[in-house]
Design a binder for this molecule. Structure first.
Ligand code: SF4
Length: 176
């Protein structure tokens, strides 16, 4: 199993299995308080209904007042910064993972097809440069819009320290 090392911390490589990465990145997104998180962990009979996980789905409100569910994940919980309050700070020894834009788009569509969510709440640590991180997040949205024709709800949390062209022009969602 190939692993990358970022400042001494083991990182799950992009080719690691999607469920492992989703588990790490949905749990890491719990601490992003920009919208309300989904409920708690609940185990029922193995063949029963009503099992739930601690993280992964959050909610927001649409323009017409409906409450909609969003897949809430980080693109990566690797970060070169060391903000003391943040669980993803570089000095914290935790499992790290990274999703590619293609994987984010595919996961969003698969959750949508199962009727779990109507959109995506995407945030990220800054594993290289803030501009590059933001470009990859936008790339995921472009894949959703253009390849999958997905017109659900998107919420992107912008990268801290954004300096490039994305910070200078008003952001408009890709249309397709
Ligand atoms: S830049 Fe963001 S993700 Fe990185 S340590 Fe600071 S608050 Fe956490």
């Amino acid at each position: 199993m190939e692993k990358r090392v970022v400042r001494g911390t083991l990182v799950l490589a992009p080719q690691n299995d999607l469920l492992s990465k989703l588990s790490v990145l949905a749990m890491a997104a719990r601490y992003d308080n920009s919208c309300s998180s989904s409920g708690g962990k609940r185990e029922t009979h193995p063949y029963g209904l009503g099992n739930s996980r601690l993280s992964g789905i959050c909610h927001t409100f649409s323009a017409d007042g409906r409450c909609v569910s969003l897949l809430k994940i980080l693109m990566t919980n690797s970060c070169t910064n060391d903000c003391k309050y943040c669980v993803n700070r570089v000095s914290n020894d935790i499992p790290r993972a990274v999703l590619t834009p293609e994987e984010i788009a595919m996961l969003t569509v698969e959750f949508y097809r199962r009727n779990y969510i109507e959109g995506l709440f995407l945030s990220s640590g800054i594993d290289r440069h803030p501009d590059e991180t933001m470009e990859r997040m936008v790339q995921a949205v472009k894949i959703l819009r253009h390849r999958y024709r997905f017109h659900g709800t998107f919420t992107l949390s912008s990268s801290r320290g954004l300096r490039g062209s994305l910070s200078k022009r008003p952001f408009s969602w890709p249309t397709g």
